[in-house]
Design a protein. Structure first.
Length: 325
């Protein structure tokens, strides 16, 4: 057991699985000699060699396509897209081949690969470096989409993603890479994909969130607790498939739902959660569902990015509005 940052936990999960499974291959821009732009793969090439940790050209379509080819031939590639905003050139491979391979071959071929990428903003990065595009990926059947919110969950979920027989998009909240340290046991224990994590129990309201927004959501819950408002905070963990059972059970208990995410509001995963809860638990709701989200605009440059990302104050205001309804 050691106290690790999220980026250290991601590195440790790579190393564990590469040690145990010689079919695991790492590839991406600068993942080898430089250890990745955020050092998530630092030391892996020195430990496992250049055949298993491969630096690629600056070509996201090539990275995704090569990973698909490897996955069909008995390897388990873990490919890195350097920033989520760089994913667009790879979307043809992701949507046309990666997500469809099992269906296209009627199960003859699977596609056991992981596509890792930093997610979200808050680090003063330039354009295309701060996107939250999870809804774009969740819309494609055949993909699992995972977004951990702590070092321990990053470790366990990455192990599960590498072991999964189908493609997993692994979103790593960039603000959390070095935000805090947490005890992480390097024991190879995976966490379940497709399950929510209950971070805080409560009785007055359910707060559903994921990624870096779990930090602000938990802080908001603490502030609201001082006012006598009890919030149940759920970290989705896996965006596709969504664990609606946990969410619905909580909403039935609390009667109110607040959804918090950094991505733009329109067409976001939060809207899907709201629609499903309305369909399946309408008569358990005591108030309309509220959302606190990013805005329907491009993530601004660093002087304004914290005005875009939902703050603790905005979350608290959203919760108070839900209680007032």
């Amino acid at each position: 057991m050691a106290k690790l940052t999220m980026v250290e936990a991601v590195n440790l999960a790579h190393a564990w699985e590469m040690e145990c499974d010689p079919s695991v291959i790492v590839l991406g821009e600068d993942v080898g000699a430089n250890g990745g732009v955020f050092r998530a793969t630092v030391g892996l090439q020195q430990r496992f060699g250049k055949t298993r940790v491969q630096d690629t050209p600056l070509a996201e379509g090539l990275i995704a396509g090569a990973a698909i080819g490897m996955a069909t031939q008995g390897l388990k590639p873990v490919a890195e897209i350097q920033f989520m905003g760089f994913i667009y050139p790879a979307l043809d491979q992701i949507a046309s081949h990666m997500a469809r391979l099992r269906n296209r071959t009627r199960g003859r071929l699977s596609c056991p690969l992981v596509l890792r990428m930093p997610h979200g903003g808050g680090i003063h990065a330039p354009e295309h470096h701060s996107e939250s595009l999870e809804a774009l990926l969740c819309h494609h059947p055949g993909l699992k989409v995972v977004c951990p919110s702590s070092p321990a969950r990053a470790y366990g979920l990455l192990l599960a993603a590498i072991r999964d027989p189908d493609p997993v998009i692994f979103l790593e909240p960039v603000r959390l890479y070095r935000f805090s340290k947490q005890d992480v046991a390097d024991d190879g224990a995976a966490l379940p994909i497709g399950r929510c994590f209950l971070l805080r129990e409560g009785s007055d309201m359910t707060v559903v969130t994921w990624g870096a927004m779990t930090i602000e959501s938990l802080k908001a819950a603490e502030q609201l607790a001082a006012e006598g408002i009890s919030c149940e905070v759920i970290d989705v963990g896996t965006l596709a498939p969504l664990d609606f059972d946990t969410i619905l059970d909580s909403v039935v208990k609390t009667g109110r739902l607040l959804i918090v995410h950094e991505a733009p509001r329109t067409g976001g995963v939060g809207a899907e959660i709201a629609a499903t809860v309305t369909e399946q638990a309408l008569y358990d709701l005591q108030a309309p569902i509220r959302r606190v989200t990013g805005y329907d605009t491009i993530m601004p440059l660093y002087r304004l990015e914290h005005d875009y990302i939902p703050s603790v104050a905005r979350i608290v205001d959203g919760a108070r509005a839900a209680l007032a309804d």
